[in-house]
Design a protein around this ligand. Structure first.
Ligand SMILES: Cc1cc2nc3c(=O)[nH]c(=O)nc-3n(C[C@H](O)[C@H](O)[C@H](O)COP(=O)(O)O)c2cc1C
Length: 158
């Protein structure tokens, strides 16, 4: 049975939920929160899934660092990449491209852009301001679609 590692970063929990859904649908998988813990030795896994969320057009620095630091090894592994974000279409695609190094995007066996969530109750004043001004959203909204994560996991298993 293939061994899966899911390494992710999250601020408010959307990406953690996406990672958990992917894990549940893979059967056995190890999950690693890049902001809180060191991942186990990557050599022990067949598949490495990397996910992060987008803030002001960029993925978390922990995701960037993880990719850069392990780039050579990751290019030898089966890799799945995903982001959670509020934009879709071309803008989301640009954010995905910004999030992961080109070599990794080229060699990745699976990729996905999942919808995100905006929860005004969790945001601070500045974040609310940014969201209203730049994303044009004035109240909490969810574009979180678990079925896409189930499908992503299914593709990794096929
Ligand atoms: C301050 C702030 C800035 C954001 N900037 C972007 C952005 O530039 N592009 C985008 O698509 N989504 C943006 N989002 C939406 C997040 O990507 C979305 O809320 C996501 O679900 C967060 O996932 P997390 O809880 O795992 O961190 C932003 C959200 C906040 C609160």
């Amino acid at each position: 049975m293939p061994r899966y590692l899911i390494a992710y970063a999250t601020r408010y929990g959307t990406t953690a939920r996406a990672a958990a859904i992917i894990k549940d649908n893979l059967g056995e998988a190890v999950i690693c929160n890049l902001k809180k813990e060191r991942c186990p030795d990557l050599e022990n896994f067949d598949w490495i899934v990397i996910g992060g969320s987008i803030y002001a057009g960029r993925v978390q620095k922990e995701v960037k660092k993880f990719c850069q630091k392990n780039l050579d090894l990751l290019r030898r592994k089966k890799v799945g990449l995903f982001i959670c974000c509020m934009y879709d279409g071309q803008k989301a695609e640009e954010q995905f491209q910004e999030a992961f190094p080109e070599e990794l995007r080229q060699s990745a066996r699976a990729r996905a852009i999942f919808g995100g969530e905006l929860s005004f109750e969790k945001m601070n004043f500045l974040e609310k301001l940014v969201i209203k001004k730049f994303i044009g959203v004035k109240e909490s909204v969810s574009r979180f679609r678990p079925e896409e994560m189930v499908e992503f996991a299914r593709n990794l298993k096929d």
